[in-house]
Design a protein around this ligand. Structure first.
Ligand SMILES: Cc1ncc(COP(=O)(O)O)c(C=O)c1O
Length: 452
């Protein structure tokens, strides 16, 4: 029995009516990847308000690795509802906050004493990680990378690379933020990537510390272990270890933003483990909360304890419902089956995608780790080509598969499906992607002369 069931054109009449209301009530700046409205979600399946059923390869942008309405998460939430809803951890304590901190301290990479602070969103956690690093070092500057995405608050945006639509019109941004290339030589032509060696990274940072900002002024370096919004770019194996070594040498706090890479997505609980690095601070969010808003900063005790009492906090940070959900999420990952599943899903995708790559000239890289996988589209010259990504996402939606684009040039299709997706559902979704590729490529092949 196929999972996908489409009863109307997509979007259907009920979704279209809600979209009309949305257009009048919600500002246009709030992006809508798919013009459909959902009334129910389970596992890796969405049902819209017209009764159409989709396979979800977007997972709320990677927030439901354990699946929509995961039964263990629901049970934990029901128990929490029967006890109390909100107290504010800065007013009175509750055990689940402390227990979650203990679990994250133990689970995150790094064999040293750690502490954890809970907030509501990835951007808020990024903000706090930088505040904590500044308080610890007494230094102002922050290093980040090209093509990074760190959230939509003013500091998050200042650290974010992509200008349109994220930064356009929102400046001025915060001072003392400096950007380096992400694992590839800076002056190479687009599409002509040259991975940096350890020596290249040493040289790059040596130049940066002489010509851009003094190492003694840098509080922190923040980096995603794999670029998320930037297009699922996996850095060369030595890049992150080299950065971590150089940061340690100069007393710079090394922060890993695992908001999108984290909580099992890549086949490890944290993507840093693939690269053998132990960041000083790790930022987690998205799938940590199993569908509820929650984010964390976890790191070395001596750094985390730098802010004075009252220096960090927030009304809703680490609210009881989110803590209960996160503890259930951790239990879901405990036996390693979901991590193995992430690796299997990634292998299955790559197996199919390498065939597509041989068949279609416009497919550039097939890349990713575990279930964090992407297809990149390039034109005849190897430069980023966004049309296939956008058209493919559109085709998939109209045929019952929700899939997201990514990349600084919007030329990437990415997979962030719940890891509980069944073999049959995943195969069904990939069939649609394959048919979509054939359709879109034929269409664009015919239009080859108008290609950029
Ligand atoms: C790597 C990374 N950091 C930070 C954020 C911001 O998280 P939030 O949207 O929860 O503020 C995101 C969101 O996509 C992200 O992918």
């Amino acid at each position: 029995m196929p999972t996908i069931e489409l009863h109307t054109e997509i979007p259907g009449p009920a979704s279209r009516a809600l979209m009309e209301r949305r257009l009048h009530a919600v500002p246009r700046g709030v992006y809508a990847a798919a013009p459909v409205f959902v009334r129910r979600a389970e596992g890796a399946v969405l049902e819209d308000v017209d009764g159409n059923r989709y396979i979800d390869l977007a997972g709320g942008i990677g927030t439901v690795n354990v699946g929509h309405r995961n039964p263990r998460v629901l049970a934990a939430l029901r128990a929490q509802l029967d006890a109390f809803l909100h107290l504010c951890f800065s007013v009175t304590g509750y055990e689940s906050y402390v227990e979650l901190a203990e679990r994250l301290n133990a689970l995150t990479p790094g064999h040293f004493a750690k502490k954890t602070f809970l907030v509501n969103s990835g951007a808020e956690a990024v903000e706090n990680a930088v505040k904590i690093a500044r308080a610890h070092t007494g230094r102002p500057a922050v290093l980040c990378v090209e093509d990074a995405f760190h959230g939509r608050t003013m500091l998050g945006l200042s650290l974010t690379s992509k200008t349109h639509p994220y930064k356009q019109g929102f400046g001025p941004f915060l001072p003392d933020i400096y950007r380096i290339p992400y694992g590839e030589a800076a002056n190479t032509r687009l599409g002509d990537r040259v991975p940096m060696s350890h020596e290249d990274v040493e040289q790059l940072l040596d130049h940066t510390f002489r010509r851009v900002v003094a190492a003694e002024s840098v509080a922190a370096m923040i980096v995603e272990p794999i670029l998320g919004e930037g297009g699922f770019v996996v850095p060369p194996a030595g890049f992150l270890p080299a950065l971590a070594t150089i940061c340690r040498r100069h007393g710079i706090v090394f922060i890993a933003d695992e908001v999108q890479t984290g909580f099992g997505r890549t086949g490890e609980l944290f993507a840093c483990s693939h690269f053998g690095i132990e960041p000083d601070l790790i930022v987690t969010a998205k799938s940590l909360g199993g569908g509820l808003p929650l984010a964390a900063v976890t790191g070395r005790t001596e750094i985390m304890d730098a802010p004075v009492p009252g220096g960090i906090g927030g009304t809703f940070g680490g609210n009881p419902a989110s803590c209960a959900a996160a503890l259930a999420v951790i239990e879901e990952f405990a036996d390693g089956a979901l991590l193995a599943r992430a690796r299997t899903l990634g292998e299955r995708f790559q197996h199919r995608a390498y065939v597509w790559q041989r068949q279609h000239a416009f497919i550039g890289e097939v890349r990713g780790l575990g279930a964090m996988q992407a297809l990149e589209f390039v034109d005849r010259d190897g430069a980023p080509y966004s049309a296939p990504a956008k058209k493919l996402a559109h085709y998939c939606l109209r045929h019952g598969v929700l899939i997201l684009t990514a990349g600084t040039y919007d030329n990437v299709i990415r997979l962030l499906m719940p890891l509980v997706i069944s073999d049959e559902q995943f195969a069904e979704a990939l069939e649609i992607v394959e048919k979509g590729l054939n359709t879109v490529m034929a269409e664009l092949g015919e239009l080859a002369d108008t290609m950029p």
